[in-house]
Structure formats: structure tokens, C-alpha cells
Design a protein. Structure first.
Length: 171
């Protein structure tokens, strides 16, 4: 039986996968995640009243930087010449009836033309943006948390297209 885990050599030790024989193709990945916070925290973010500055602008730059540096923090990722990174935010100002918390959804789209995909770069972008929101707002809301960070879409390469919605997973 062929081992589907390609990051291990014959001795069972970690290795970086050799992609030199793979064809270049246009590849895209979209990831998403949510940051939950007190309504007062979200209001401060929206009104630009967080003392450290424009939270979403800084989180956007952090997400872009995170995507670009993924290979430096995820050991088996290849350094890639990314061709596009977009980070966007969706604000949900109505508190959840059960928790009383509001949220911000972070979406990251990463593109490359190359020999390997950009799923890890999109996931890292979302994670870095979420961590930055927390860092910038922790003085007023240490109870913030984030979850549901995951891959929504990937296209390109030998394995083809993946869409979370059509893969049977709920959002």
C-alpha cells in the first residue's frame, strides 16, 4: 500500500517533498476564520478607538506578511513566489444570542503559479490576522478567541479543485 503521507522518507523521518518534476500551474487557496469578542470591543475597532491604531488595517498587513513567510514557520513548506494575496474582513455586529459575542470573519485568498499549492499560506494569513486582532485589542478584551480556521477552496495542481461546501463539510 502506498503511503499518502509524502513528508516522510523511507526511514520514516521528516523530509521536504521534491516538487521538481511537478508541472507549473496556476494555484489558488481560500481560507477563513472567525474572531469572537465583546460588542464593546467591536465598537472600538469600528470607531478607530483602539490605542494601538487601525486594527483591521494592521491585521490585513500581518496576514499578507504571514502568507509570504509561511515557509519560515511551517517546516516542510516550500518558499514560494506568491503572485497575489488578498485579506478581507466581514464584521458581524449583532451579538450571538447564546454567547453575547460579536465576531469578525477573516478571509484570505492566496495565488501562485508554481509547482506546489498555497493552502498553508492562506491558512497562515488567516491565523496571523486573527492573532494581530487579538494583540491589538487584548488590553480591552482578553477573552477574545478565534476558531473555525480552515480551508474553503483550493484549485490547481494534480489534485484538482477542493470546495469545503461540496466536500460535505458545513461552514
Amino acid at each position: 500500500m502506498n503511503n499518502p503521507l509524502t513528508h516522510f522518507n523511507e526511514e520514516g523521518r521528516a523530509r521536504m517533498v521534491d516538487v521538481s518534476d511537478k508541472k507549473h500551474s496556476t494555484r489558488k487557496a481560500v481560507a477563513s476564520g472567525h474572531v469572537f469578542m465583546q460588542p464593546e470591543t467591536l465598537k472600538l475597532i469600528q470607531e478607530g478607538q483602539i490605542k494601538k491604531g487601525d486594527v483591521l488595517a494592521v491585521a490585513q498587513v500581518a496576514g499578507i506578511m504571514g502568507a509570504k513567510r509561511t515557509h519560515e514557520v511551517i517546516p516542510m513548506c516550500h518558499p514560494l513566489l506568491l503572485t497575489g494575496i488578498d485579506i478581507s474582513f466581514r464584521i458581524h455586529p449583532e451579538p450571538d444570542p447564546e454567547s453575547g459575542l460579536c465576531s469578525i470573519t477573516i478571509d484570505a485568498t492566496v495565488k501562485v503559479t508554481g509547482q506546489t499549492g498555497v493552502e498553508m499560506e492562506a491558512l497562515t494569513a488567516v491565523s496571523m490576522a486573527a492573532l494581530t486582532i487579538y494583540d491589538m485589542c487584548k488590553a480591552v478584551d482578553r477573552g477574545m478567541y478565534f476558531n473555525d480556521i480552515g480551508l474553503l477552496h483550493k484549485s490547481g495542481g494534480k489534485s484538482g479543485t477542493f470546495d469545503k461546501e461540496t466536500a460535505g463539510a458545513d461552514r
